[in-house]
Write a protein that binds this ligand. Structure first.
Ligand SMILES: Nc1ncnc2c1ncn2[C@@H]1O[C@H](COP(=O)(O)OP(=O)(O)OP(=O)(O)O)[C@@H](O)[C@H]1O
Length: 335
């Protein structure tokens, strides 16, 4: 278990992490999300005692990192900018780490095998590809067989097979009862991997919730109906008390009705349907709605980014209906 309490980090005038409190629990994969510059890496560095907090604390299994005698046996981490000694072989890089934590040398071969690097164990790491470097970083995280694992952007540089492998590895580690904390910019990947989410924006906690609730609370769900008899369908829906909105492709979109209700209504009225489908936003859309107000860097473009944000129900308080999204201009930015 990782416990973050009132964690704060200030760099000069920049408040990178702002009074952040949350816990990362064992047995599930917890995703760590936030727009660029939200403070994720700073938070992760403070978790590993690589950066000193301005205020607040991090506890790893109830202790501060520096109180852990052999930290690799408690927490293993893959950080984005993991530095390995390029002049050493993969094996020797891991052996040095193992020796400093009184981990038997036999474990080095074991973790190299686990990450698929046995064949290049005796090669110097300076020639490693990004993907091989990631695998070696993951091997170093697994070295001490720790109960807590932290991965910052683990799929960076991995090919589809590698992405599949790391996804299954994280799930398996969580299934064994370990604490798994992972950050990623790849929303589709996060949606497939994480059970729980911690979302931050501008250093502050925006959400601490299950994946399912996050998507449910931050997205519009509606039904799509397509019929060659659209006008009559619209009248029938209206008479039944449903509001149908016509989308650009001529499909009717109806909020607040189940596909069962709508299908049965159409059948009763003898209306042919060519499509009847339930629509639910992706994690990416939900994330963009949730974090719209806290995106630090905005690209200047004409912003072709799918459906615009509608009213959002946040955590106990209503969020602004339509904030700037990635690729959009903020109202105060002028032409
Ligand atoms: N050493 C530093 N000195 C000054 N400012 C810093 C330093 N490290 C981070 N920051 C600032 O703190 C904020 C948080 O940065 P951080 O790298 O933690 O964000 P992040 O969520 O990991 O971003 P990204 O998704 O882009 O990796 C940013 O505004 C960043 O510019």
């Amino acid at each position: 278990m990782i416990e973050i309490e009132r964690l704060t980090k200030r760099y000069g005038r920049k408040l990178a992490v702002d009074d952040l409190s949350f816990q990362v629990r064992p047995g599930v994969v917890t995703g760590f999300l936030g727009p660029n510059g939200a403070g994720k890496s700073t938070t992760m560095r403070m978790m590993l005692d690589l950066d000193n907090p301005t205020g607040g604390s991090v506890r790893i299994d109830g202790k501060h990192y520096r109180e852990l005698a052999e930290p690799l046996k408690h927490i293993g981490a893959l950080l984005e900018a993991k530095s390995m000694h390029g002049g050493r072989t993969a094996y020797n890089n891991l052996l040095c780490l193992a020796q400093s934590n009184r981990i038997p040398a036999s474990r080095v071969s074991e973790v190299l095998e686990m990450v698929g690097l046995t064949a290049v164990a005796k090669k110097k790491t300076k020639g490693f590809s990004l993907g091989m470097g990631q695998r070696l970083g993951i091997a170093s995280a697994l070295l001490g067989d720790p109960e807590i694992l932290m991965f910052d952007e683990p799929v960076n540089g991995l090919d589809p097979e590698g992405i599949h492998w790391i996804r299954n590895l994280m799930k398996a580690l969580a299934h064994e009862g370990r604490t798994v904390f992972v950050s990623s910019h790849l929303m589709s990947e996060m949606a497939l991997t994480a059970d729980h989410l911690i979302v931050i924006g501008q250093g502050r906690l925006l959400a601490d919730t299950s994946m399912a609730d996050f998507i449910h609370e931050n997205s519009r769900s509606f039904a799509r109906l397509r019929s060659p008899d659209r006008e009559r369908l619209r009248d029938v829906l209206h008479a039944a008390g449903f509001t149908a909105v016509e989308a650009a492709d001529g499909v009717l979109e109806i909020d607040g009705a189940t596909t069962e209700e709508l299908g049965e209504l159409a059948a009763r009225e003898g209306i042919v349907l060519h499509e009847l489908s339930a629509q639910r936003a992706s994690l990416e859309e939900a994330f963009m709605r949730m974090t719209a107000q806290s995106v630090e860097y905005h690209a200047h473009s004409n912003g072709a980014h799918g459906p615009g944000p509608g009213p959002v129900q946040g955590w106990g308080q209503p969020q602004p209906a339509a904030g700037p999204r990635w690729g959009e201009r903020r109202p105060d930015e002028g032409a």
